[in-house]
Design a protein around this ligand. Sequence first.
Ligand code: UN1
Length: 520
Amino acid sequence: MTKEATKQVTNEATNQETKEAAKQAGAKVYGNLIGGQWLPALGGKTLLNVNPADHTDVVGEFPASDASDVALAVAAAKKAFSSWRLVPAPKRAEILYRAGQLLAERKEQYAREMTREMGKVLAETRGDVQEAIDEAYYVAGEGRRLFGQTTPSELANKFAMSVRMPVGVIGMIAPWNFPMAIPSWKLFPALVAGNTCIIKPAEDTPLSTYNLVQTLMDAGLPEGVVNIVSGYGPEAGAPLVEHPEVRAISFTGSSAVGSLVAQRAAATFKPVSLEMGGKNAMIVMDDANLELALEGALWGAFGTTGQRCTATSRILLHRAIAAEFSAKLVERARALRVGNGLEAGVEVGPQVNAQQIATSAEYVAIALAEGAKLLTGGKALTEGVFSKGTFFAPTIFGGVTPTMRIAREEVFGPVVALIEFETIEEAIEIANSIDYGLSTSLYSRDVNRAFAAMRDLEAGITYINAPTIGAEVHLPFGGVKKTGNGHREGLGALDFYTTWKSVYVDFSDRLQRAQIDNAE
Ligand code: UN1
């Protein structure tokens, strides 16, 4: 059974046990948003959204959709496209700007709801909502740009230009770790360019997508321009990818699922933007500000409970500072307060579900079997306040060599591997020796080393004297190798959500043959 299938079975079992309890507790029932109507899944199935810090707390019941719901949503999006594409782009942008303002007003409420459904601590969910606000203001400016080119024609009395056109109906499949920010990276540029959208939120975190889309509707977005179809990948995601009238797919998730998405989309020649895994290295040189690097390591490795595709999951330590740095990092990691992200003072929330806990535990076993040394953590936390949730202790492995699986494969949990090196050339070689290429970081006070790292690290993002997390929305976001397929979110997203049209206007009043009449 695939991980996806195991997770679904587990979730369905949880559903059976808790659905009645949820009903009695008055858990809210949500619909899909299709053509402006909130509708249950046509097949009548639902999934439960539960709080990972406390499984008895049911956030809501959401549709478990299938191909028939997707078909309805595609029809609604197609209908809406015929008028939305003709709304002037600056007007489309005003709706996004207004949505940004409304999100700012609702920030605290949406952040709390996000912590409840996803687990990460309140400071971070506030940041997630803030990232959607930033994206709204950034993309709203594009309404008055959306630049194309003009260029001379080779013929007399002829004008040539290229303009950006919307692509049409776009399908979007979002992850659970940034449940409002990442949908905003996809929806807002697609909308400003005149596309209509169908978004499938992650099954663990549909509420934040509902909140985002509700805000767009409140800001004046017409019905059918954004549609939500919630559910599982095989039932709801696959039909979206395969639907012949969906013109492009934007996906963020694992490399394994991304590969399936690309293969299925290929049958209808659909462009696909894939944003996938990482195994992000932080390099700490012997001349680094060690206190700064320690703070960065803790934040990069254990922020969001290690569940960012940009998480610092390898720390490469210069041999001269390795012992001191490791000892201090272990001491600081042990002092991190794990708990419910809604409680003041908690620094590390739960993992999102039992499947993620199982993956973290599996990699601890793999690392031990390969000879890595467990320095702290290494197990799920299950006693007392932790008993109702899915918690994993911040975990550090020392003595890791670059060929071990713990040094090469994505865990997506609070697990970090320490690797020693002697020269910057060796560090860069180790950093580059994996299949992924999302984010990288170098701590050093030597400008020559910094510029060598900026040039030589094979990744879409390089930080100097900061950890591997913390991207801002107006720069390109994405990676190389197994991390992506060449597209970028942030700056660059419009290239995916528009298609070029070249326009030639001949005002000579005679037939002018290109490549022939200009040769005279
Ligand atoms: C992710 O890593 O999954 O760069 C997205 C960051 C955030 C987005 C992260 N702005 O850390």
